[in-house]
Design a protein around this ligand. Structure first.
Ligand code: GLN
Length: 476
């Protein structure tokens, strides 16, 4: 059962000579063969390449011989990168490695398997994948969350040791919450976006999905750092995030944003957050109620800015390069029109339309510029609160994972559920989702995540509080 292990356990096993990287990949492969036809977390796997890498893995490196699944919007040299879109499926092979992949390789890790996602990372349930459905390993009738639904489901189903996802408005944290794993979005600029297919460039951030907070810290150590290839990457020193992880919360001030504990939450989600708050307080954290007064503007602000940026980023998919071209082409305009009409799915088209609209002359000031101004207010809310507290504690999503198909005709309902995750992206701050018990729906117990947010570049505090909660939860 090597597939069930954490990165730390795998490393200890290698160090003790108990098993080898080939054994781990073989174990993952047999679990995948047994279960992934149902779960649908992987779009493709490079088994031969991975086994070859496993044979010659340098176990002295920080992630030596550890396989990591990769969301299929991150370029891995020579592999497909479909973004779960018909536009790229079968038409594109990455001609270079994303910086995070280069870093994983330098640390000895083995990128293994491409995880499903909402098309171009637009969505919250992985149902917008144009390639396949991914099911929640805790209940196959339910979605895994999204957009990194494949990355969360493969870790939750023990079909991966850990994975990478991307988070533009919650896409690492929300699926982690729904699948009962850890999902960490570092600060904007902390991890290079070079080689991540851009959705909304001012919000996108790559991060790990893991089975433990320690594993998330270990992966962050490898991923973080300045990259001259990404102009938004920060040239700021990184820390060893595994150091001081067990420092605890005694003496730390933790804020509870009152706008985040509304009565709209599923009662068990609210209870999970309150249980964590009480436990952390008992451990010596000082809990204070704080206010983020512009929270109610997070969803409309995000759903103007993210589509605006997406409409620009996706203009490169025009049938000329990178992707599939329509066969129905008579001139250059019909090539653009028909390639985009055939290549993009309905949600991506909706975002492009929204984004183009809010950027169009006459509406630019009323929507785009206004949203930028509100974004500043939202950032200020967080800055002011972090003058008073070290970290914030909050829910990740108002409800646990919903049934497949439930919001099919109601995109607005789907957008509204992003309310608690979007703020961290708009403010560029780090935030993590850590499993925090379950919520009962239709007689079933479904995973619930607890969100911990920190100030810009406060990765260490976030991970420390998360680890403290993880220990308390496991001790219960
Ligand atoms: N659910 C959000 C959206 O649909 C966030 C997606 C993401 O973080 N990539 O845009």
């Amino acid at each position: 059962m090597l597939n069930t292990k954490t990165i730390s356990e795998i490393k200890a096993g290698y160090a003790g000579g108990d098993f080898s990287p080939v054994d781990v990949i073989t174990s993952l492969e047999s679990a995948i063969a047994e279960q992934d036809a149902q779960i649908g977390s992987y779009l493709s796997r490079n088994v031969e390449t991975a086994l070859k890498a496993a044979e010659s893995a340098d176990l002295s490196l920080p992630l030596g011989g550890v396989p990591i699944a990769i969301k299929d919007n991150i370029n891995v040299l020579g592999e497909p990168c479909t973004c779960a879109s018909k536009f790229l499926e079968g038409a594109y092979q990455a001609p270079y490695n994303a910086t995070v992949i280069t870093k994983l390789l330098q640390a000895g890790a083995i990128p293994f398997g491409r995880a499903n996602l909402d098309e171009f990372a637009m969505g919250s349930a992985t149902e917008n994948s144009a390639v396949q459905l991914t099911r929640n390993p805790h209940d196959l009738e339910r979605v895994p969350g999204g957009s990194s639904g494949g990355s969360a489901a493969c870790v939750a189903g023990d079909l991966a040791i850990a994975s990478l996802g991307s988070d533009t408005g919650g896409s690492i944290r929300q699926p982690a919450s729904h699948c009962g794993v850890v999902g960490f979005k570092p600060s904007y600029g902390r991890v290079s976006r070079y080689g991540l297919v851009a959705f909304a460039s001012s919000l996108d951030q790559i991060g790990p999905l893991t089975k433990s907070v320690t594993d998330a810290a270990m992966l962050t150590n490898v991923l973080a750092g300045h990259d001259p290839l990404d102009s938004t990457s920060l040239d700021a020193p990184t820390l060893d995030y595994t150091q001081g992880l067990d420092e605890g919360v005694a003496g730390k001030k933790i804020g509870v944003p009152k706008e985040y504990l509304s009565d709209d939450l599923h009662p068990d989600v609210k209870k999970a957050v309150q249980t964590a708050i009480a436990a952390l307080e008992k451990e010596g954290a000082e809990i204070v109620e704080v206010s983020l007064p512009h929270t109610k503007y997070c969803v409309p602000t995000y759903y103007i800015l993210a589509p605006a940026e997406a409409s620009s980023n996706l203009s490169r998919f025009d049938g000329v390069r990178y992707a599939n071209r329509s066969n129905d082409v008579t001139d250059v305009l019909s090539m653009y029109e028909n390639s985009r009409e055939e290549g993009f799915g309905p949600e991506v088209k909706r975002r492009i339309l929204l984004g183009t609209y809010v950027l169009s002359s006459g509406y630019y000031d009323a929507y785009y510029i206004k949203a930028q101004k509100v974004r500043t207010l939202i950032m200020r809310d967080f800055n002011e609160v972090f003058e008073q507290v070290d970290a914030l504690i909050a829910p990740v999503a108002p409800e646990p994972a919903r049934k497949i198909g439930e919001n099919a005709n109601d995109p607005l309902q789907e957008y509204l559920a992003d309310i608690f995750t979007i703020g961290a992206n708009l403010a560029g701050i780090p935030a993590i989702s850590v499993p925090a018990g379950t919520a009962e729906v239709d007689g079933k117990q479904l995973p619930v995540g607890l969100q911990i947010l920190g100030p810009h570049l406060g990765e260490q505090t976030v991970l420390q509080v998360a680890r403290a909660w993880e220990l308390l939860r496991d001790a219960e």
